[in-house]
Design a protein around this ligand. Structure first.
Ligand SMILES: [Mn+2]
Length: 262
């Protein structure tokens, strides 16, 4: 990282991936690089080992892009486009491999990725892996699921996800994923950084098991402590509440503003 782009805050990272209690394998992937300041979480879809291949390939393609060229870190808008493009490239890689390797046909993956700059976080995503931000005790979802249940709620057929669930709308139907075609629509956004913020990147194996107010409580309780036990506690909670899916998360905590900044 060039010194121009070094974050003006001290940052902490913690991450975990866990098979859960039911699944035979782990089809989630996570890559975090505290040195370069990026986080990637992906949740693979597909029979046999195909989901595992898809999520690992997508995460690696995106990580490689971040490692090769760090110039994106100089400007938030550049970074946002950069993360989007990296995800588009990952999509093509997953799609191509699924076309040439019959046993991988139909594989796909969700992804949510973030890149940290001077005083901002640029993020992009496809699917239902999520990004949350804890700020001043309030947990806010910065991503918006590309799922059927989210769509019927957005279109006003139901007043809330709970309402839609009561009518039997499943949580697990994705409307977008990497790998299903040569082109994918990537969603993206920017957040500023404030001292005390915690960003949570995670797969549905966490959010499907642990209610948001519990996630919030665990993150709030981590204030003043190391971040790693919070990551551990979130995985434990998801497992205690069933652990029916793979559980993956990456945390980024924003600390004090650094003296030499600006
Ligand atoms: Mn999952």
């Amino acid at each position: 990282m060039s010194s121009d782009a070094a974050p003006s805050y001290s940052l902490e990272y913690a991450w975990r991936t866990d098979r859960g209690r039911v699944r035979a394998g782990n089809e989630d992937a996570v890559v975090v690089d505290p040195e370069l300041g990026f986080l990637i979480v992906a949740d693979g879809i597909g029979g046999a080992q195909a989901g595992e291949v898809a999520s690992a390939l997508a995460a690696e393609v995106i990580a490689e892009r971040f490692r090769q060229d760090t110039a994106y870190q100089l400007h938030p808008d550049t970074a946002k486009t950069f993360v989007e493009t990296a995800i588009e490239e990952a999509n093509i890689s997953v799609w191509r491999l699924s076309q040439i390797q019959p046993d991988l046909s139909g594989m796909g993956t969700t992804v949510v990725a973030g890149a940290v700059g001077l005083d901002w976080l640029a993020f992009a995503y496809v699917g239902d892996s999520r990004l949350y931000r804890l700020r001043e005790g309030r947990l806010e979802q910065l991503s918006r699921d590309h799922s059927f249940i989210q769509e019927v709620v957005d279109q006003g057929f139901f007043s809330s996800r709970e309402d839609a669930r009561r009518y039997g709308i499943g949580e697990n139907i994705l409307t977008r994923a990497l790998g299903s075609s040569a082109k994918v629509r990537v969603a993206s956004g920017l957040s500023d950084l404030a001292c005390g913020d915690i960003f949570l990147f995670c797969t549905d194996g966490l959010t499907g098991m642990v209610p948001e107010d519990w996630l919030c409580q665990v993150l709030v309780a981590s204030v003043g402590n190391d971040l790693d036990p919070a990551a551990e506690a979130l995985v434990r909670l998801a497992n205690e509440r069933g652990g029916t899916d793979n559980i993956t998360l990456a945390l980024l905590r924003v600390g004090e503003r650094l003296g030499q900044a600006g």
